[in-house]
Write a new protein. Structure first.
Length: 374
């Protein structure tokens, strides 16, 4: 990726070589998966094989996989087409959940970064109107895992449906729709080495969701639009590779922990978010006193390593990152946080390069603070 050391897998993962090949093959073969002729049937075969592979990634019945144009679209469909008028979403959901239904009630988060189950129960009991609850499996910024099974139990006890955004979790940790208890699950191909612009909505019961994109009868009538055959084929290949690679992905926690330990040796005052909680093995979100997120991201970029800040800059003003705000993190700490997210290409040399660049930045910052005239 641009010749950089790429430590931003939670933003998008590099496409896997086998995915690139499969996508190119599918493009060469062409065909509309709805056509009845041989070329169309070949395309349909690719889509159906991918449906099985994506279903296998999360232990679902292939018949319950609806391919969408992105994880964002899958989240939108779950929130806008479940027929539920009352929505409860956690404060740290991805924008594609938070913005899908602006009338949704926000469920608070505990300071440790997990959903406040007592508050959720109070919200569920506040009305007899059946609700849809949305809770993500793993947060994209901190990697902190949410207690989805507990949320599912609570939601179902109160007659609610549960939507789980598993875009960051699936393919990184085991996700199994059965025990998870969610009624809908959103997935995205590009977070697991598949192509961008393709996702899936997994439904426990297809009757509980309506179409969201209207037009033709594709995807069993649940998502109109000519199927993105190369994208879907690539998603299927990525899903199989991710499933096969779950143990290797789990081992990334070792590299991530070395990174955090050595960063703390360099700067003992760093704050690691979710450091003592179950979290994605590849994700580290930490804050460095006095060193802004932007300075770190830009400085590391110049030094050849890609990481992310997680805070948006709008109209020249850096905004408080809402995930950390929901956890009650003070502004100065939140605005000096960065996210490092590893993946299957990550090596010890990447960690060394990150730490060298980061330590040099910090040293320059300390030197300037000691002598502002320079
Ligand atoms: N949900 C989460 C947790 C994400 O991290 C993202 C992407 O960053 C999405 C949903 C959106 O997925 P897509 O990029 O496929 O629209």
């Amino acid at each position: 990726m641009a010749g950089q050391r790429y430590l931003d897998f939670n933003a998008t993962a590099p496409p896997r070589p086998e995915v690139i090949e499969a996508v190119a093959d599918a493009m060469r073969e062409g065909g509309n998966a709805s056509s009845v002729h041989g070329t169309g049937r070949l395309a349909r075969g690719g889509v159906e094989q991918a449906r099985h592979s994506v279903a296998a990634l999360v232990g679902a019945d292939p018949a319950n996989v609806v391919f969408t144009g992105s994880g964002t679209e899958a989240n939108n469909q779950a929130l806008r087409a479940s027929g539920r008028k009352r929505l409860i979403v956690t404060a740290i959901e991805h924008e594609s959940v938070l913005q899908a239904r602006p009338d949704a009630v926000i469920c608070p988060i505990l300071s440790c970064g997990t959903v406040d189950l007592e508050a959720l129960e109070r919200l569920l009991m506040a009305s007899d109107e059946p609700a849809l609850v949305a809770v993500m499996a793993a947060n994209n910024e901190t990697g902190i895992l949410q207690p989805v099974r507990d949320v599912a139990r609570l939601a179902h006890e109160h007659g609610a449906l549960l939507h789980c955004d598993a875009v960051q979790a699936a393919g990184k940790i085991p996700v199994d729709v059965g025990p998870l208890g969610a009624d809908f699950i959103a997935l995205s191909a590009h977070k697991i080495g598949g192509p961008q612009g393709v996702g899936a909505l997994i439904c426990r019961n297809r009757q509980s969701i309506e179409r969201f994109v209207h037009g033709g009868g594709q995807e069993g009538g649940l998502r109109a639009g000519t199927e993105n055959v190369p994208g879907i084929v690539g998603f299927g290949v990525a899903a199989t590779s991710a499933l096969d690679g779950l143990d290797d992905f789990a081992a990334l926690a070792g590299l991530r922990d070395i990174l955090e330990r050595r960063a703390r040796e360099i700067e003992p005052a760093i704050t690691v978010f979710g450091g003592d909680l179950p979290r994605l093995p590849n994700t580290s979100k930490f804050s460095t006193p006095g060193l802004s997120s932007e300075v770190q991201v830009m400085g590391l970029d110049l030094a050849g390593t890609a990481i992310s800040a997680g805070s948006a800059c709008s109209a020249g003003r850096v905004e408080m990152p809402y995930v950390l705000a929901a956890m009650g993190v003070p502004e100065d700490i939140a605005l000096s946080a960065v996210r490092v997210s590893l993946g299957w290409t990550s090596t010890m040399a990447d960690i060394d390069a990150f730490l060298d660049g980061w330590a040099a930045l910090r040293a320059r910052h300390l030197a300037r603070a000691a002598n502002p005239a320079t």
